[in-house]
Every structure is written in C-alpha cells, then in structure tokens.
Design a binder for this molecule. Sequence first.
Ligand SMILES: [Zn+2]
Length: 346
Amino acid sequence: MASGYHLMELPTKVLIGEGVISKLGEFVKDSAGQQGVVVASGSNVGSKVRRAVVSSLPVEPVWVEVTAADVQNVDRVMAASTGRGCIIGVGGGKSVDVGKLAAFKLHLPFYSVPTSASHDGISSPFASLKGLDRPYSFMAKPPVGILADIEVIASAPRRLLASGCGDLVSKLTAVKDWELAHRVTGEYFGGYSASLALMSARTVLDGSKRIGTFSTDSVRDLVEALISTGVAAGIAGSSRPCSGSEHLFSHYLDILAPDSGLHGEKCGIGTIMMAKLHGIDWRRVRSALRNVGAPVEAAQIGVEESMVVEALTKASNIRPDRYTILSKRKLTEKSAGLLAKSTGVI
Ligand SMILES: [Zn+2]
C-alpha cells in the first residue's frame, strides 16, 4: 500500500521533569472541566504519589483501583467514568492499559501518568489486555497527555526500569522485521517512524552503562525514548516499528507461562535470538541488556527451555498477518533449540 494512506494519532502534550506530579491538576484542566476526573490506578502506587495526585486536582477524583489488565477492570473504570471529563491512568502497565481502553471506548480524553518505565505503553496507541481472543496489543488511541515525573519514575524498582530497556532494544528487530515484510509482501514501510524507533533502541544499545545507573538523567533519557517509540507507532499508524518477531515470542510466552517475567524482559530475550536470525550483532544486544541488569537467559525469569523452543516454533501462528523473520525461517524444534543455545538463552 505504498500509495495508500493512514491516520497518524499522536499525544498532544508531554510534561516531563522532576516533581511535575504536583502540576497534574493544571495539566488536565482543559479536559477535567467541572465534571471531575477518574483515576485508574494500581495497588502498587504509593501513598505519596496518591496524595500528590489528589492534592493537585481541584476536585476529589473518583479513584478506581485496577487489579488486572482485563475486561472486568475496563468495565469498572467505564462505569465510574460516566459524566466525567477525562480518565487518568496512574501507575505501571496495567492501570495505563485499562484506563486507555476505557477512555477509548467512552470517547473520553486519556492522560497517562507512569510511575515506572517498564514498557512503551505509556505513550503508545495500543492497549494490552488479558483474556481476549488474541494475546497481543490492539490499537486504541494514544494518550492526549503524558505527565512523566522523573523523580517518581526513578524511584521505581530497578527491575521495572531494566524491563523498559528490554522493550526499547526490541525496536531493533521490530524494524528489521518491518523492512523484511515490506520487501516480501509489499507492506507499507515508514522510513521516518522506523528511524525514530531505532533511535530509541540505540539510546540503550549505545549507552547501556550510563542508562544502567538509572540516575535521574538516564531515567529521563529512558522515559523520553519510550515516549518516542509510542510516537513512532502513532506516525506509522501501526505497532510495526515497535513490535516484531521478538514481541510475538514474548506474547507466546505470555500464554505458556503467564506469571513468568515482565513484558520488556521477555522482549529483550527475544531480541537477542531474533537479532541472530536477522544476521545482526546479537552479542551487542545481550551485553546492553546485561549492562542495564535485564535478564538474558530464560532461567532468570523462570521460563523453561521447552517453552522457549515451543515459543520460537509457534509464535508466528498467533499473528499470521504479521510477516516477520519467524515467518520466513519457520524454525523446527531442532533449529529453535540450536538458536536458543547458541545465544545463551537456554
Ligand atoms: Zn513492547
């Protein structure tokens, strides 16, 4: 569809810096109006953040605690949101995904207030829910605004920040898969959004030692890179620049071992192997992940060897419309095992 068209939907505003959570009320003022706001938030959001959110808003928000990223929680947030001005997702992945989808369904503005930086959902147009007929993200709308308090995010557990680095390096193979699909199937390829996504991956690949300190400055770079990949998807009009074979691998592990590993951790491990399949420098990916403290072996996230092999051989079936290196190579159990062993994943 080289001569086709697509819609670009992008976040309208981003407020980023230390202590900006106190400016939330001002940030959402245009959408909140007189109707007040709904906050979708997880139980892991600390009382300090909660107090800062409540005290910055002119009217007490309706606070909905999100317990899981599933349809029931989306329904709960939607039920609480009738007649309100906007929905604010405060927290990690779950709250942002649930809030984003509830707002999308109700045609309400959505604001993302990440308290960690574990994946690119903080800015992207996708939401990922459990218990649906397909185990991968789907298009909703990007947040109209993202408020990223670096002080709050830098105090998130290191494991979450390292997971965000895993989601960032995964753009390397996602873009390779996209280029491949363009060559093989003639699918639209957006050079600009691909470059933008690659630039975000390089933030970690080229600067892993610095990023891995998770100082305020490096966390700011990490967050800006994650926001940027969500924007790349908005420009592409699809998740292509952000999600390729490594994400299919991660989604397949979600089915096999739902409680093992974080999204970005699984994507990072997948990227090591997909990089090798693409013939690019997979050792560089592995050492960058190591430098930021992200797992590089399946055992580190409690995933068994047989699951890695099964995911490698079957991941492309969960989304047949998405052509990737896994569609081209069609790994057997034997070749999948060799790939995982030769890259040190198992
Ligand atoms: Zn991802």
